[in-house]
Design a protein around this ligand. Structure first.
Ligand SMILES: NC(=O)c1ccc[n+]([C@@H]2O[C@H](COP(=O)([O-])OP(=O)(O)OC[C@H]3O[C@@H](n4cnc5c(N)ncnc54)[C@H](OP(=O)(O)O)[C@@H]3O)[C@@H](O)[C@H]2O)c1
Length: 376
C-alpha cells in the first residue's frame, strides 16, 4: 500500500506519508464525527497500513480529538514512530480574548494544553490555525522559534493565511535565523483551487510543503450527494451542516455539480471510486506534500487509503483539470501568456529546464520503505 512510501515534508528531513490521517472526526461533539471505538478503528486501520502522519488541533471536538489521539498512540506505543501535527488559534474560553489568536500569550498557553491532552512532551509539527488579522508575523515567528529551541516543537507550519503573510513570515525566519515554516495547511480539492494563484507558488519556491485539507470537500466528491429539484439528498457532514455560514460547507453549487459529473465519468473509466480519483488527482498536483484524509466510517477510510495505488491516465486527469479550472482574478490574469508574451520583444522564452531547481532523490532506506523528496 502506498502509505509506507514516505516523503520529506517541505524544507525538512521529516519523513511523512503522502496520505495523513485527519482526526477532526474523532469525537461526537460536533454532530458529525466518530465515537471512541470507531475512532480507534480508524486510527488502527491507518497505522497498520503504514501511515505515520496524524493531524489534529487543540479545539477539534472541544479537545476530544487530541485526547483520544494521545490515548491511541500510547496504547499502541507509537509515539516515536508517529508524526503528530496540531494547531493553535481558536478560543475555547468565553470572555478571555488572550485565550485565542496568534499572540505570544496564547501560543504559550495553547501548547501546554495540547501537550497535556496528547500526553506527550513534544509536537512534531505545530501549526498556526488561522490568521487572526492582527498579530505581527515577527511575534509569531519568534515565539514559534522559541518553542523549537525549547524542544517542545520540532517543525512549524501555517494554515489558512494570506500569501503575503506567509511570505513575510518566511522572510523574517530566513533573515533572523529562526526556524523556517515547513508546511502550509490549506483547503484544496477539485472544487476549491484558489490556492493555485498564490500559496502553491509560494510553497514550492520557499520550502513549504502543502498539506491539503478537505480533499473531498467534506465528502461532496465521494459522489454521495445528489442535486434534486427540492434541494440535495445524501447523508453526511454537509447535510448535517446545512444552513451554516461556515465557508467550508458552502459546496452545493452549479459549478460543483458539473465537476462531480465529470469525476463520475472518470471514476467509471478507471473503475475506481470517485473519492479515490479525487484524492489521487489532488495528491499529484505540484507542491502537494501530503493529503489529509478524513472519515467517519471504516469503509470510507479503506476506500480512501487506496487512492494512490493507481495512475490516472493523462487525458482523464486533464478532463478534470479543465472542468475545475478556477477563475483567474487580477493580478494573476496579467501573468498569463496574453500579457507575458508582450514582455520579451517577440523572442520565445520557455520555462526553465527541468532540474533547474535542485531535486534530490533518495531511495531504498530499508525494508519496504522508499524515501522520496517532495520538493517539486
Ligand atoms: N487547517 C484547517 O483549517 C482544517 C480544516 C478542515 C480540516 N482539516 C484537517 O483535514 C482533515 C480532513 O478534512 P475533511 O475531513 O474535511 O476531509 P474530506 O476528505 O474533505 O472529508 C471527509 C469526510 O467526507 C466523508 N467521506 C470521506 N471519505 C468518504 C468516502 N470514501 N465515501 C463517502 N464519504 C466519505 C466523511 O464524512 P461523512 O461521513 O460525514 O459524510 C468524512 O468525514 C481533518 O480531519 C483535519 O485534520 C484542517
Amino acid at each position: 500500500m502506498s502509505l509506507n512510501k514516505y516523503y520529506t515534508l517541505g524544507n525538512t528531513g521529516l519523513r511523512v506519508s503522502r496520505l495523513a490521517l485527519g482526526t477532526m472526526t474523532f469525537g461526537m461533539e460536533w454532530g458529525w464525527g466518530a465515537d471512541r471505538d470507531n475512532a480507534f478503528k480508524l486510527f488502527n486501520t491507518y497505522v497498520d497500513a503504514g501511515g505515520n502522519f496524524l493531524d489534529t488541533a487543540d479545539l477539534y471536538t472541544n479537545g476530544t480529538s487530541e485526547t483520544w489521539l494521545g490515548e491511541f498512540i500510547k496504547e499502541r506505543n507509537l509515539r516515536d514512530k508517529m508524526v503528530v501535527a496540531t494547531k493553535f488559534t481558536f478560543n475555547g474560553e468565553a470572555g478571555n480574548p488572550n485565550a485565542g489568536g496568534n499572540g505570544r500569550k496564547n501560543i504559550l498557553r495553547a501548547i501546554e494544553g495540547s501537550l497535556k491532552r496528547l500526553n506527550t512532551d513534544y509536537i512534531d509539527l505545530y501549526i498556526l490555525h488561522v490568521w487572526d488579522g492582527f498579530t505581527p508575523p515577527e511575534e509569531v515567528m519568534r515565539t514559534l522559534d522559541d518553542l523549537v529551541r525549547s524542544g517542545k516543537v520540532r517543525h512549524i507550519g501555517l494554515s489558512n493565511v494570506p500569501g503575503w503573510y506567509a511570505s513575510r513570515a518566511q522572510t523574517i525566519a530566513e533573515f533572523r535565523g529562526y526556524e523556517p515554516i515547513s508546511a502550509l495547511q490549506l483547503e484544496y480539492s477539485l472544487v476549491e483551487r484558489s490556492i493555485e494563484h498564490e500559496l502553491i507558488p509560494l510553497g514550492t519556491r520557499y520550502g513549504m510543503g502543502i498539506m491539503v485539507w478537505s480533499p473531498l470537500a467534506s465528502g461532496l466528491l465521494s459522489g454521495k450527494y445528489k442535486p434534486s429539484e427540492e434541494w440535495v439528498s445524501g447523508e453526511g457532514r454537509l447535510a448535517a451542516m446545512k444552513g451554516t455560514n461556515n465557508p467550508a460547507f458552502q459546496k452545493f453549487t452549479e459549478r460543483n455539480w458539473k465537476i462531480i459529473s465529470q469525476l463520475e465519468v472518470v471514476a467509471k473509466k478507471v473503475d475506481r471510486s470517485m473519492a479515490q480519483v479525487a484524492l489521487n488527482w489532488i495528491a499529484n498536483k505540484p507542491g502537494v506534500a501530503s493529503v489529509i484524509v478524513g472519515a467517519t466510517k471504516i469503509h470510507q477510510l479503506e476506500d480512501n487509503l487506496k487512492a494512490l495505488d493507481f495512475e490516472l491516465p493523462e487525458e482523464l486527469g486533464w478532463s478534470l483539470e479543465e472542468v475545475s479550472k478556477p477563475d483567474i482574478p487580477y493580478p494573476y490574469s496579467f501573468f498569463q501568456q496574453s500579457i507575458q508574451g508582450m514582455l520579451y520583444g517577440g523572442a520565445t522564452v520557455g520555462s526553465k529546464p527541468s532540474g533547474y531547481f535542485p531535486m534530490i532523490e533518495t531511495s531504498g532506506s530499508g525494508a519496504g520503505v522508499n524515501v522520496d523528496d517532495n520538493q517539486k
